[in-house]
Design a protein around this ligand. Structure first.
Ligand code: CDT
Length: 298
């Protein structure tokens, strides 16, 4: 998905999403993955009070009047979708959320982002902010797997894709496809990371984890230049072999599509990554007992 600028209305964005859903349907798609925070610009780059952010960028209902046309199109076309958006929950807590919507246009799964990158404090010296830790609470729904229309889907969001625990927890629940949306700024405000590494680390994270868990991974960027802030593209679909089988060429709205053989992962899950046979959780205790390298044990 190309950029969404501050001045773009939710209605205009949803019309773009519906157009992509229709194109995907015309190419035989049954499930479509849209980006993280797909309905708005990537607002964590801007400093403002939480109340202002919530009033401008969060959804208190899903679907709501603006987004309903996308749910209607899903039902009309018989195509499901994954959609990332900023959620104001019923209890008033703010989350970076993705929903799974089935081919009847019904929400059949929800994920709230767990690995929130960035910072809470204002960094006036930085070229832009990355305030996910300020605007969102850590997700409280875990990494669940949802069976929808006979496919086992896992969901995560952006920075989650860099953490192997994300995929392994879902693979241990027999996930077949992991869907994720992302917004990755081309410039890293934390260190002078060469721009090409932003794409390399994105791809290597997806490819390694697809292979090591015998799963398909479908990753959709919101990319291009949002009001002068450039984000990487390279939306991809990765097979359980770790191979990229489809990749975007542009940084505009663009549909990529594959017919995913869900049995492909079986070779890996039956042999080298046969979890039941080969995993040794008794030697993995530190993964849950310790947070940072060298931290004292609780
Ligand atoms: N949206 C998001 O999670 N982006 C992060 C940027 C990390 S640099 C602070 C990512 O992992 O792509």
């Amino acid at each position: 998905m190309g950029p969404v600028h501050l001045s773009d209305s939710r209605g205009a964005v949803v019309r773009r999403l519906v157009a992509m859903l229709r194109e995907a349907k015309s190419r035989g798609a049954e499930m479509v993955v849209f980006p993280e925070l797909a309905l708005t610009t990537f607002f964590p780059r801007y400093w403002m009070e939480e109340a202002e952010a919530q009033a401008r960028f969060f959804e208190a209902q899903m679907p709501n009047t603006d987004v309903q046309p996308l749910f209607d199109a899903a039902r009309e076309l018989g195509v499901g979708f994954y959609l990332g958006y900023a959620e104001l929950a019923e209890d008033g807590r703010p989350y970076n959320t993705a929903v799974l919507v089935n081919r009847k246009g019904e929400i059949s799964g929800k994920y709230r982002k767990i690995h929130l990158p960035g910072h809470m404090e204002h960094k006036p010296e930085a070229p832009f902010q990355h305030l996910e830790k300020k605007y969102f609470d850590v997700g409280n729904l875990g990494f669940r797997v949802f069976e929808s229309e006979a496919v086992k889907y896992g969901m995560c969001l952006c920075n989650d894709r860099r953490w192997p625990e994300t995929y392994r927890v879902m693979a241990l629940q027999s996930a077949e496809v992991v869907m994720l949306g992302y917004n990755t700024p081309s410039l890293n405000i934390h260190w002078n990371e060469p721009v090409h590494l932003r794409t390399t680390t994105h791809l290597v994270s997806l490819q390694a984890n697809a292979y090591q868990n015998g799963i398909w991974v479908a990753a959709a960027a919101k990319c291009g230049s949002e009001d002068g802030h450039h984000m990487i593209g390279s939306s991809v679909i990765v097979a359980p072999t770790g191979e990229i089988v489809a990749r975007t060429l542009t940084q505009e709205d663009e549909v990529i599509c594959v017919s995913a053989d869900l049995s492909l992962g079986e070779h890996f899950r039956q042999h080298v990554f046969n979890f039941a046979k080969h995993r040794r959780p008794e030697h993995y205790r530190l993964i849950v007992d310790r947070v940072g390298a060298g931290d004292p044990l609780p």
